[in-house]
Design a protein around this ligand. Sequence first.
Ligand SMILES: Cc1cc2nc3c(=O)[nH]c(=O)nc-3n(C[C@H](O)[C@H](O)[C@H](O)COP(=O)(O)O)c2cc1C
Length: 485
Amino acid sequence: MSENSEIGNGFVPSGQLQFGVFFQGVNSGTVWKAAESGSQTDFDSFRHLAQTAERGLFAAFFLGEGLRLREHLGRPHALDVAGRPDAQTMLAALAAVTNKIGLVATQNTTYNDPAHLAHRFSSLDLLSGGRAAWNVVTTDNAWTGENFRRGGYLDHTDRYRHAEAFVETAKRIWDSWAQDAIAESETAAAWSAPGSIREVSHAGQHYTVEYAPGLPRSAQYRPVLFQAGDSPEGRDFAARQADVIFSAHPAYAPALDFRRDIVARTVKAGRGPNDVQIMPASEFILAATAQEAVDKKAWVRSQQIGPQQAIAYLEQFWGRELSEYDPDGPLPEIDPVVVETSETRGSGFHGAKARQLADQWRAESKDKGQSIRAFVSGKTSRVDATFTGSYTDIADTLARYAKSGAVDGFNISPWLVPTGLDDIVNHLVPELQARGVYPTEYAGTTLREHLGLPVPVRPEVQSEQGGETTAAEVSLQLAVAAQQL
Ligand SMILES: Cc1cc2nc3c(=O)[nH]c(=O)nc-3n(C[C@H](O)[C@H](O)[C@H](O)COP(=O)(O)O)c2cc1C
């Protein structure tokens, strides 16, 4: 079977991998009690990780978004309390202390306004010399929405329709400047060529926008679009709109399945089979030998899920304090007081049937002879997302991903902040380079160039007569195009 046919639909593996680093901010994955760990909110931690990643030729520095602190039993979650500074603000500061690495900001389409967000992304893209990307998410929970003017107004079923109108509008705004809109010579009569900047008009169910252009295009034309969301609607949305998917499928077989699925959806959406790249979330626990790495992993896990974290995890489902229970003893015999869990502690806790789960978990842990701590550690470990091994073994494993095209790279969550990338950059990257599957230099200066993405083509809306298009004509054409979506 050829490599191509493993995926099908004309997909051709690039044979290359790219790395991104995902600075999480809030999670149980970062060992914040380790002696070497630093602050998760000080700029210096972000700077250290970004500069290390750039030394390792990482394509992207990636920030998630969380607009409200997660909660535990109705209070801010004390074990997860660091919080996430606004991604665009942080990335603007990082742009000044880095030169090449892409800067990816997660921003939701639910609580923002398309014109305003497009403007802010243009700003980041311009000031970073074409290194900005937007990771589009559709945060829809009313719990986060309470912090905003519109409250939790968006139905779950509507969020991708809404997101599509949002992204389409942002793209039109970025398309409003022609390639040659800015006069090259200082002696030119005018700063911009007449007719090269057009207004944007969008009329749809979710947005009616009459936009007079604000900022010129960047060195990479417009920000690269990432997407994170895994439902069939989310995948179709990515297939139509995104350049890269931040996926949740790093294990080999699921990654191949996911690639096949995305390629099929992308082709169905009228795009090329290689048009959407995939970078799954992943964690690396590496050492010089396989045994050292296994020991290191046991230590990392024991730190990630300590006694307090184990009890707190169960409390989330039981809906009451369980501090009287021994983390090294069996699961509580009493029943949860909640019927269904809410996502106030993150989307992973959304909508679980607590009582059924408690019965199931008690039986499961008894069967395996597991304590609370061992059980929770097993439940919360992203086994499939963790690459544990020697530098050479993991380099071989990753080379297989590159060869088949299962993924285009990995978005790495370091378990230690801010030094968690040091061994990856110092040891894994050279091993990958030696295998010819990782860049030995940045391909250019923009994120689009690092990822090998084509520069978008500006849709034409000039009138047939060749004259300058009036705002009314543009408005009509775009309104018609919007109806056809
Ligand atoms: C890998 C991954 C990372 C995500 N990161 C964020 C994030 O940082 N902030 C956020 O609000 N939502 C985040 N989301 C949530 C998605 O935007 C979306 O709301 C959620 O996955 C539900 O959509 P779905 O049903 O299409 O999966 C993430 C989702 C995935 C799969």
